[in-house]
Design a protein around this ligand. Structure first.
Ligand code: F6R
Length: 595
């Protein structure tokens, strides 16, 4: 959700910024821009569209060599994606240039007070309001640093800021509150960015700026302060643990296919990290805290919520009191039934604002939080009592694929660990092997996708865990193909949704469980009788005359992890056939840091 990068180099900064933006594109790609500072003058270039558009513009109209600059990828929150709303935003006098990730909830009130003082605004962004606020406060307080400190007291919301000031041209100022910001130190350069991937491989060490910290880069020095303490902090830098090769495309044309393929190997990783010689490696205290809990509440957004739904079923199966909630709902309407709940928060990024808002509520009550998170340095991981990393590796495509598999597999192991049931470890290994077999059906899945892309509506159905899987399949399908899709519990179709079935409407049924096979087939037949075009993805059971993908059942609890590879590939091939960007669907961002 917006990516920022800035830096000071002994060489040209422009290439460093553009390279960094490319690696931050997963955070937003509505528009991008940069501001360079040289000899006391700030020059800005902005463009709507992907980074390539900005790069083309800079080729056509090159900027002078500069050593200091800031840059931004935008995912629009306040104001449409346009050049005027793109960052950097300039203050009224054009003295201050600023890039911002986050949202200022009370920007309207700050704006009104600035309007009353005579400020006029060019954009619809909350970021321009920050620039003018800083300009005004600098006038009052005498320095930009003091103005930034004051901003912490006034602003409500989240912000990672990088700021240039024409009157202090050798510095980049920064501030951080509830959205990621890292500093990086390398040979002949100091950088800052939303994600350390934007630094690699130029930077050797990084520092994760904490909430409430602000300061500036100047030459090869970093000055760091804490807004509510009268101290100067010495940042502790850590060696950078990510290489660009970690996210190289290699033989692939896009990240989604690469990550679906990798998804068929992540179960092996989960097993390596969490089991050994057929036994669990979970901390016994963690397992007993779940076992003895009065209730377990699982919370997530999007695909992570869908994984939570499955996790909830696994925990119920282990005779634990479990409930799953959508983060944006639970945060504002918390539901707790007992005095001592244990929370499991799920998130790929660990920066999803809705999840962090739920975390605030939980932390206010001092309830324990276990997080299942892919980014171990994330805000969620840092604030959890216990972290179970997902080990999915970097997920670049906007849609979640391999992390969903890690989340579901890990929750299954965790639930079984509370029952000391180690037999499932072997079963999970087999699931990994079966997932890899699905990859050999790519051509056939692509052909099936070809039959779906001309449709307006697609329905995914299933019973029990298959319905929960169908919800994930449907989300995946609609978010990248832009074709309307919905998931229904198969038996519910006849209670209403069947009215939607017309001649040719695709209905895809999932079946991972022998006991629901006959009923699912009747539900598909009912859809067919109304003209529906029906497809079956599931266990090899009775005869299926329709178009189908079948596999040998391993365990009805985790067969859905085989089905998900079919579902992900189906969405992938449908999107390719439609000619859309599989990695960067419209309107979406990887890390949703706004509520
Ligand atoms: C769907 C997708 C999103 C995310 C959701 C939560 O493909 O990627 O629905 O699952 O935004 O993100 P995390 O897991 O980072 O909290």
């Amino acid at each position: 959700m917006c990516g920022i990068i800035g830096g000071i180099t002994s060489d040209s900064i422009e290439k460093v910024l553009l390279d960094g933006l490319k690696y931050l594109e997963y955070r937003g790609y509505d528009s991008s821009g940069l501001a360079l500072s040289e000899n006391g003058k700030i020059t800005v270039r902005k463009k709507t569209g992907k980074i390539s558009v900005l790069k083309d513009e800079l080729k056509k109209n090159p900027l002078k060599l500069a050593h200091i600059g800031i840059a931004h990828n935008r995912w629009a929150t306040h104001g449409a994606p346009s050049e005027i709303n793109a960052h950097p935003q300039l203050s009224y006098s054009n003295n201050i240039a600023i890039v911002h990730n986050g949202v200022i909830d009370n920007f309207a009130a700050i704006k009104s007070s600035l309007v009353a003082k005579g400020y006029e605004f060019r954009s619809e962004t909350d970021t321009e309001v920050i620039a003018d606020f800083l300009e005004e406060e600098k006038k009052q307080l005498g320095s930009l640093l003091l103005a930034i400190k004051r901003f912490f007291y006034i602003a409500k919301g989240s912000f990672a800021l990088a700021i240039l000031d024409q009157q202090e041209p050798d510095k980049i100022f920064f501030a951080k509150w509830r959205t990621p910001l890292l500093l990086g130190r390398g040979k002949g350069m100091n950088l800052l960015a939303s994600d350390k991937i934007a630094f690699a491989p130029r930077i050797e060490e990084f520092y994760d700026v904490a909430d409430g910290e602000y300061g500036y880069l100047q030459g090869d020095c970093i000055s760091l302060f804490v807004y509510d303490k009268e101290i100067i902090k010495t940042p502790t830098f850590l060696p950078i643990d990510i290489k660009r090769s970690d996210i190289a495309l290699g033989k692939y044309a896009n990240y989604m296919e690469k990550e679906i393929d990798e998804g068929a190997f992540v179960i092996d990783k989960i097993l390596r990290e969490y089991t050994k010689d057929g036994k669990y490696k979970f901390d016994p205290e963690l397992v007993s805290s779940l076992k003895n809990s009065e209730e377990v509440i699982l919370i997530g957004s999007g695909s992570s919520y869908h994984a939570a739904l499955l996790g909830c079923e696994y925990l119920l199966n282990a005779k634990l009191n479990a409930y799953a909630y959508i983060a944006s709902e639970w945060a504002h309407y918390p539901r707790i039934r007992t005095k001592n709940p244990v929370f499991i928060l799920l998130s790929q990024s660990g920066e999803t604002a809705d999840v962090l808002r739920s975390l605030d509520v939980i932390k206010n009550h001092r309830w324990p939080v276990i997080s299942l998170v892919n980014i171990e340095s994330s805000s969620l991981a840092r604030r959890s009592n216990y972290v179970l990393p997902l080990f999915a590796g970097f997920e670049v495509a906007i849609v979640s694929t391999k992390t969903y598999i890690c989340q579901v597999a890990l929750l299954w192991l965790l639930a079984n660990a509370t029952m000391s049931n180690t037999a499932v470890i072997e079963e999970l290994k087999k699931v990994g092997r079966a997932q890899r077999k699905v990859l050999s059906f790519k051509d056939a899945i692509s052909n099936l996708a070809g039959k779906l892309v001309t449709q307006h509506d697609i329905y995914f159905i299933g019973r029990g865990l298959d319905y929960l899987l169908a919800r994930e399949a449907s989300l995946k399908f609609k978010e990248i193909t832009y074709i309307h899709s919905e998931a229904f519990p198969a038996g519910e179709l006849k209670h209403g949704p069947i009215a939607l079935i017309e001649k040719g409407t695709p209905v895809i049924g999932f079946c991972s469980d022998e006991t629901s096979y006959a009923h699912l087939m009747s539900n598909l037949e009912e859809a067919k009788a109304r003209g529906g075009l029906i497809f079956f993805i599931g266990i090899r059971s009775g005869e299926v005359d329709e178009e189908k993908f079948t596999f040998a059942s391993i365990d009805p609890q985790v067969n859905i992890l085989i089905e998900i590879i079919y579902a992900q590939l189906l969405s992938y091939y449908a999107t390719l056939r439609l000619g859309y960007d599989v990695d960067k669907p419209r309107n979406l961002a990887k890390s949703v840091t706004v509520e």
